[in-house]
Design a protein around this ligand. Structure first.
Ligand code: 6R9
Length: 654
């Protein structure tokens, strides 16, 4: 695969990388073919990479058939995820570091938590949760900063069979309340404050505000992070540090069915409220662990760092479950890439001699803009594999990552996957594939992608084609259902293209048969790698008394990938003003969280609608993108003049 042979430049792995990698090209081809030809045999073998209490005898039992959507893997096996991530390593690597915790403030000392420490602390947390009345199948909300207690909390839930649902600490109290109620949680685990980028978010007071809207039986377990002041409600709030001091060091892991839920993670779709994506124990852990090993080419003794937050699926699968199932050393970083300055990521790589580094394009773009001097003063010679996730990576950022961070020596694994897929789906493997800037390249073992024509829903065969990305068959870490709403699971993922899982992304297959993700084809925007339904921002806007109607679209943003562009129609009695604009921004931040803060608010006397009243977002997107020469078909518009006004008054004139 030389660069001359293709229209896209490609970067083959070094001979050294090929030699040490878990899979070279021939091995990938052989394993991939085996995984597709006989999934039962393939996953039956690789399912054994984790420890089972009762070994499975059945492997795959899945149906994408309309009305019968059902996904089961390893269904008669039993296991415990926490025992797989901790106990089984104790004999061979009890003293090895499991988690390196790097605090927000570089002056605060980093912590190394060994597998034995992790065992003790997880057991204590599990015993505390049991004392608070949490039992197998109960839900626990985790609303914590990026501190080791977040991992203890996840693993403690897994240990006693409780289902955790992590809410990103940047989310507002309203978002938190709706998730507590959505899954009917018994306990919320939080911290006093969350330090981030030198500032502090008052997590506990957010929980106080949220719990005003929840059942009064919900209990709150509070971890001391800063020691800052918080209010305290007797018999509702419990002091984790005090209880952990007294708690027993051992808690027996509960025997779980492979198909018992492990966690719920709320994620945005194109319509309605966020969905509770449900993942179960067996298949999820097998694929999270296997991808972590192959995709990052993880070897014993390596130091691995994923910069995501545990509030996102990437943090679940690639900070906690995948790495720990493999007995890895995983770095947990509390802060942000630019605090105290733009060299923080690279300082941490140098300090802990990181071998595999996994981050998002938005962080790379922001850092690239600060200049190379921040990188050059750090020793990055330990790096071997670089990863990216969350959104399509533009070639400039890719090249910067490859050359400036990786010194032209580290393969970049551009990993395409989703909350729903649980683990990596398409990505190059570092020793097997020549990478191309911006391409997710190849399906992982067992993943069976197809490109469909969005109109005819027919499979498009061959290369140099473009369409929507679907999966023709199930994979072990696939989500099993939407919490409490199996119909919604079917409607969202299996009804547009019958017989397939529809990912919501567009994709190209190039002349070499390699895959390129082109972005969401639905009304989901991706702001700095955070997925958001435009409808969520719209609902927040129209909840404000001054707003009559709102339409929200994404537009290209240099750093964030996509920015949030809002068209707002005010109530008749309201005058547009700069003040009101500011107020609406603050309003949305409070309703959803800072990540949903509108970048642009344009006053819109009217919105372009079809005669049936559907807002034509396609047109609004074009206007926001400054591309109104090609508005496409406007013949179905009820009031075409509305569009002229929007173009004339567009905000994004740059
Ligand atoms: C893991 C995660 C999923 C959506 C997905 C797609 C986008 C993720 C990508 C990518 C291009 C990549 N996405 N990885 N697009 N290249 N390597 O991000 O999960 O938050 O559920 O978002 O993110 O649009 O559909 P999630």
């Amino acid at each position: 695969m030389s660069s001359e042979a293709t229209a896209n430049p490609s970067f083959p792995p070094s001979a050294e990388m090929v030699a040490r990698a878990h899979a070279d090209e021939a091995k990938y081809n052989e394993m991939y073919a085996a995984s597709i030809n006989d999934p039962d045999a393939f996953w039956g073998e690789h399912g054994k990479r984790i420890d089972w209490i009762k070994p499975f005898t059945k492997v795959k039992n899945t149906s994408f058939e309309p009305g019968k959507i059902d996904i089961k893997w390893f269904e008669d096996g039993t296991l415990n995820v926490s025992a797989n991530c901790i106990d089984r390593h104790l004999e061979t690597r009890g003293n090895q570091t499991a988690i390196i915790f790097e605090p927000d403030d570089p002056k605060e000392q980093a912590q190394s938590i060994s597998y034995s420490d992790l065992h003790r602390r997880t057991c204590r947390m599990a015993n505390i949760l049991e004392d608070l009345g949490v039992r197998k199948g109960d839900r626990v909300i985790i609303y914590l900063p990026m501190i080791p207690e977040a991992a203890y909390a996840m693993l403690a839930c897994a240990r006693i069979g409780a289902i955790h649902s992590i809410v990103f600490a940047g989310f507002s109290s309203d978002a938190l309340a709706s998730r507590v109620n959505g899954c009917d949680a018994k306990v919320v685990i939080t911290a006093d404050h969350a330090p981030r980028g030198g500032r502090q978010t008052p997590l506990k007071s957010n929980v106080d505000a949220a719990l005003l809207h929840c059942k009064d039986t919900v209990k709150c377990l509070v971890v001391k992070r800063t020691g800052g002041q918080t209010t305290w409600i007797q018999d509702r709030d419990y002091d984790y540090n005090e209880l952990a001091f007294e708690a027993d060091d051992y808690c027996k892991p509960v025997e779980m069915d492979a198909e018992d839920p492990l966690f719920i993670l709320y994620t945005s779709g194109s319509t309605g409220q966020p969905k509770g994506v449900v993942h179960t124990t067996g298949g999820y852990l097998v694929q999270a662990a296997m991808t972590h090993e192959y995709v990052f080419d993880y070897h014993d003794g390596d130091i691995y760092w994923c910069t995501a937050d545990v509030g996102w699926v990437t943090g679940h699968s690639y900070i906690v479950y995948g790495p720990l199932a493999n007995g890895a050393t995983t770095v947990m970083f509390e802060g942000v890439p630019t605090y105290p300055d733009a060299s923080r990521f690279w300082q941490i790589c140098q300090k802990h001699k990181v071998n595999q580094f996994y981050t998002a394009p938005t962080a790379l773009r922001a850092l690239m803009g600060q200049g190379d001097e921040w990188v050059e003063k750090c020793d990055l010679s330990s790096l071997r594999v670089l990863g990216t996730v969350g959104e399509p990576i533009n070639p400039e950022a890719w090249n910067w990552y490859y050359n400036v961070i990786g010194g032209g020596n580290c393969p970049i694994v551009d990993t395409w996957w989703q909350t729903e897929t649980g683990a990596h789906m398409m990505t190059p493997l570092p020793g097997a594939h020549a990478t191309k800037p911006g391409s997710a390249m190849k399906p992982f073992f067992g993943v069976n992608p197809v490109v469909l024509d969005p109109h005819s829903a027919e499979i498009i065969e061959g290369n140099s084609v473009e369409g929507v990305l679907c999966m023709a068959d199930s994979w072990p870490s696939q989500m099993r259902t939407v919490w409490g709403d199996h119909d919604r699971f079917e409607k969202t993922y299996f009804s547009d293209y019958k017989g397939y899982y529809f990912a919501g992304d567009g994709c190209k297959r190039d002349e070499d048969g390699d895959y390129w993700i082109t972005g969401r084809v639905d009304d989901v925007i991706n702001v700095s790698g955070h997925r958001m339904g435009t409808s969520e921002v719209e609902s927040a806007l129209v909840a404000h008394a001054a707003v009559a109607e709102a339409a929200v679209v994404g537009y290209p943003h240099d750093i964030k990938g996509q920015g949030i562009y809002c068209y707002v129609t005010l109530m008749n009695n309201q005058e547009p003003s700069e003040e009101l604009r500011k107020e609406l921004r603050t309003w949305v931040r409070n309703e959803i969280g800072p990540i949903a803060s509108p970048d642009v608010i344009q006053w819109a006397p009217g919105l372009p609608k079809t005669r049936s009243g559907k807002i034509m977002r396609r047109i609004l997107r074009k206007i926001a993108e400054n591309d109104y020469g090609s508005l496409g078909d406007t013949s179905t518009l009820a009031e075409p003049a509305v569009v002229d006004d929007l173009i004339e008054n567009r905000m994004n004139k740059g």
